[in-house]
Write a new protein. Structure first.
Length: 286
């Protein structure tokens, strides 16, 4: 036991680092990307991330891919990404945490660097949802809740699930459908200015309010599209990052698991896991 403790102390003192920075970012265009396969879509983000970090493939120590992927043609995404993007010989790992897959992948990258195993980690978020019909995507997302008690017996899909959250919020805080619609108007305003956005057209408040209901009180413009896209960051240890001018230090991150079954939630106006993760991140950041 003493030997183990001595070795661990040595590793912690010599190699471990608590300071990790983002030194490169990349982003594909989002939308119905029938013009590319998954590997090509991933590389759009990977190439940008490498270019902005001034690194080459040989400089990357490890690759983490955040990908749910149940609707995609390729399921071994890390191997596919590494082969196509010139990252053969690198360690790689696929991370899945539903809507939090990208954040979870960054968490793995942080651990790899903070433990002293790596100096640089490429983290990629990747989905190609339009490779299956819309009805299949809706079903697969619906299965992301408790299959037996939420989807199979009660037919709950995610528009309906979040409509319950919206209804509870409106009842508790007095919000209106117009309040919700203003969020869509704001999002489309900025999307119109973003060359990578799925939708690049402004909408009016009337457009949002007059769009058809998907699950009351949520209308078409309140709901997200089914999309294909990729985004990437390069994480670096302090030793590497201190030589880089443009960097963002990651001060803290929180993570939490929430209720799997909607009937067990004590409050539909809040998402338990998001609240706990935020509190954790703020506490770590002081």
């Amino acid at each position: 036991m003493l030997k183990v403790e001595k070795v661990f102390t040595s590793i912690k003192g010599d190699s471990m680092t608590s300071n990790v920075a983002i030194i490169g970012v990349g982003h594909s265009k989002f939308g119905v990307r029938n013009d590319v396969n998954m590997a090509e879509l991933a590389y759009e983000a990977v190439k940008q991330a490498l270019d902005t970090s001034n690194l080459e493939q040989k400089d990357i120590d490890f690759v983490v891919v955040g990908n749910m992927g149940v609707w995609s043609s390729e399921i071994l995404t890390p191997a596919m990404v590494c082969e196509y993007s010139g990252l053969l010989g690198k360690g790689s790992l696929r991370v899945e945490a539903a809507c939090a897959s990208g954040s979870a992948a960054i968490s793995v990258g942080l651990d790899k660097i903070r433990s002293g195993q790596c100096d640089t980690v490429l983290v990629l978020g990747l989905e190609k949802m339009n490779e299956v019909p819309t009805r299949t995507v809706v079903e697969l997302i619906g299965r992301a809740g408790n299959y037996f008690w939420v989807f199979e017996n009660f037919g709950m899909t995610f528009p309906g699930y979040y409509a319950m959250h919206a209804t509870a919020y409106m009842q508790k805080y007095g919000a209106t459908e117009e309040d919700l619609a203003l969020v869509a108007v704001k999002n489309h305003y900025y999307g119109a200015k973003n060359p990578y956005a799925h939708f690049r057209k402004e909408i009016s408040l009337e457009d949002a309010l007059n769009s058809p209901y998907i699950a009351w009180p949520l209308k078409l413009f309140d709901c997200c599209p089914i999309t294909d896209g990729a985004a990437a960051v390069v994480l670096a240890s302090e030793r590497i990052a201190q030589e880089v001018d443009d960097k963002i230090w990651i001060i803290s991150q929180g993570s939490s698991t929430g209720y799997f079954t909607v009937s067990k939630k004590d409050d539909l106006t809040s998402i338990y896991s998001a609240r706990v993760a935020a509190e954790m991140a703020y506490k770590k950041a002081k």
